[in-house]
Design a protein around this ligand. Structure first.
Ligand SMILES: Cc1cc2nc3c(=O)[nH]c(=O)nc-3n(C[C@H](O)[C@H](O)[C@H](O)COP(=O)(O)O)c2cc1C
Length: 325
């Protein structure tokens, strides 16, 4: 009999399905019985009740701070803004010195608070519930701060920054702007051969007013014989020597171009090792590609509005909405 694989047999797929749920990012902190500050990055935060004011957080039993949180009398939940991505990365490790160079103060209950967080909740431990390989720790909010700012997001294993993305989309499109994409296929990135024989990202001019960014990318990819899922904005940069601005999304190829098309050498897939680095149209492309490989390997993408040379966010002349709109 053909049995369907059980959830247990496909933990990776289940984790992948869970990761489709877009969340914010928090750091949860407490002080252990020896007086050491403890903390870890968590996206399992949920508001539970207004009366009484309750929140919850789930903690893995494998976390080194698990015992400290299970026994704690108080703890804090700090909601991170998009400038706190580095902190999130640090607190997602088991490093013993996570709090070095972190600006903290102690709230009413004695729980450490991370200064600069968007919001924080200072909680007394209300109760905890056994839940498989985690516990659900419920906290009663004793004091809180409701700050302002752009949140840090987490989706499909990557960080997402909304305000930078929105900012990049608000700038005006110059006449020579291109909507473009970096597409990954089995660890390689797709590049096309330009008319000047350089290798470049697939790019469509925004000069005509035909359609939003997604429509332009769809037409471009169909011409190249590629099917792809476009995810997030990756970079907006100016190739100064060419007077061109590129709005670059990132995505994943779902169906690659035919062998014939690939062997015509009009499109090809490259790793960072075999990429023709000397045949890129301008130095800014190298900077963007280097960042792309670096961030992809670290599974931590964000949006850049500057290519790191002389690039800058250029003035865009329309106000395109998010391309999914
Ligand atoms: C965005 C993000 C969210 C996370 N959310 C949780 C979570 O909700 N619960 C959890 O136990 N671990 C979560 N983790 C993993 C912990 O941060 C990680 O295991 C950390 O090393 C635990 O620290 P500790 O071992 O010092 O206690 C998350 C990691 C990341 C990057």
């Amino acid at each position: 009999m053909n049995e369907k694989p059980s959830v247990d047999s496909d933990v990776k797929a289940l984790r992948g399905a869970f990761s489709n749920f877009l969340t914010g990012v928090t750091i949860v902190c407490t002080v252990d019985p020896s007086g050491n500050t403890r903390g870890f990055t968590a996206n399992s935060f949920t508001s539970v009740s207004l009366d009484p004011p309750l929140i919850l957080i789930c903690i893995a039993k494998t976390a080194s701070s698990y015992e400290a949180f299970r026994q704690c009398k108080s703890f804090s939940v700090n909601v991170l803004g998009e400038s706190q991505r580095e902190l999130s990365t640090i607190f997602a490790t088991k490093a013993p010195d996570k709090f070095n160079n972190v600006d903290i103060r102690y709230a009413k209950t004695g729980a450490p608070i991370i200064v600069g967080s968007l919001s924080w909740f200072d909680c007394t431990a209300f109760n905890y519930v056994e839940a498989g390989d985690h516990i659900i720790l419920v906290g009663r909010v004793e004091s809180f701060v409701n700050g302002q700012g752009a949140p840090l997001g987490f989706w499909r294993g990557n960080y997402v920054t909304f305000e930078s993305e929105a900012e990049a989309m608000r700038v005006e499109t110059p006449a020579s702007a291109y909507v473009s994409c970096l597409l990954d296929w089995q660890g390689r990135v797709l590049l096309c051969r330009g008319e000047d024989k350089s290798w470049t990202f697939p790019a469509a001019s925004t000069a005509s007013k035909e359609g939003n960014h997604q429509a332009r990318l769809d037409r471009l990819l169909s011409k190249l014989g590629v099917e792809a899922e476009i995810n997030f904005l990756f970079s907006v940069f100016e190739a100064a020597s060419r007077g061109e601005t590129y709005i670059v999304y990132r995505g994943t190829v779902t169906s690659p171009p035919s062998e014939a098309r690939q062997s015509s050498r009009k499109v090809s897939f490259f790793t960072d090792r075999d990429l023709p680095w000397d045949d890129l149209p301008a130095p800014e492309f190298r900077v963007v590609l280097e960042r792309y490989f670096r961030e992809r390997d670290g599974s931590a993408f964000s949006v850049y509005g500057d290519a790191g040379l002389d690039g800058s966010i250029a003035a865009l002349d329309s106000q395109p909405k998010h391309w999914r709109d």
